[in-house]
Ligand binder design. Sequence first.
Ligand SMILES: Cc1ncc(COP(=O)(O)O)c(C=O)c1O
Length: 419
Amino acid sequence: MPKDNKEIAREVARQYRDYINPDLARVMRVTGLGTVEDHASGCFVWDNEGRQFLDMAGGYGVFCLGHSHPKIIAAVKDQLERMSLSSKVFFSQQQAQLAQELARITPGDLQYSFFCNSGTEAVEGALKIARLRTNRPVFVCTEKAFHGKSTGGLAVSGRPNYREPFEPLMPEVRRVPFGDIEAMRAVVDEDVAAVIIEPVQGEGGINVAPDGYLPALREICTAKGALLIADEVQTGFGRTGAMFAVDHWNVVPDIMTVAKALSGGIIPIGAVIGTRDVWQAFKGRPLIHTSTFGGSPLACAAGLASIRVIEEENLVEKARISGEYFLAELKKLVSAYPDICAEARGLGLMLGIEFTEEKYAGLIIAELSRQNIIAVYTLNQPKVIRFEPELAIERQHLDRTIVCLKEALQNAREFFANR
Ligand SMILES: Cc1ncc(COP(=O)(O)O)c(C=O)c1O
């Protein structure tokens, strides 16, 4: 007998428990949506029971182009029929073209790309290249930062409970509060290989760099001969209402890391992009850092199509306009519920609400999911929920989110008042 949808959901949860990770299965049952994802299109995801969810989380920054964009699917299908993974013994036209496109759209003199498959691999590559280029031992990073969970990425990330079980990690890491330029000035010296920074901290709670901070940091790095690494894994490709978040402040880093939206939401890909000077690191040792799958023809075809769509569909400008509108609406709600909400903040369509207490965040996410809207926490700051929908999201969906959020806030107020 064919299984019904509820049975399938129970079976998948059981398989998670028995074959993936028992504790993860439990957490997913409590905090997740409880059913099984089935298909997705634009700003919607459907579960296996046919319920349609408005995706206001956007895969933590992956789905700038929405789900299943037809132009990316067409480009990937075409490439799939020809060749998906590289032989690694020929030149790859797709990889060469994507590198040239990244040089065109990234700021200043960023020029060379190394391709990998994820954000943390891009960060890992950036740290290694910075060390090679400078011959210096120290990295500077910021509190609450998130740069991934490989050992290098973890070493420069903020949240102690992800990091400490694996220590000792990279030994010489200096950590300073995000946004405090004097703290930076105090630790960046001639031993520092690089400062790594997210222009808008994503997992740290949607923290936008204060005006003047990144330009001043650029100056400090230049003065001390340290490289500036901008981690644009989450902020890149229009998410913040500029092609890259550093563009808001006209800052050109020495190295940039990208991933998430470069995939067009279809095939994973990441990249480290550096200047001609930084790429001296590879001189005489071109194979010192490599990846078997990185920069496959299939992933690069997705990346090329993705950049084309972002430009053709004017997604950066759409994100800027929708972001301003949505943030203004979120701020009205924050003013109406000051007992629950501390602040609404963000840039473009990378927005968050900080609650006065952690307990509200969980309840609001659950209330929104009950109303078929997906929203998520930020990993390193669980008092904050964030909204990162597709960049072309229509006004009606933003308005619906505000209406549902208002109801959720009202319910949360009543729920905790009666305890
Ligand atoms: C700024 C930043 N860097 C790095 C990463 C790690 O990316 P991945 O999960 O693809 O390894 C993330 C993931 O959220 C991120 O937001």
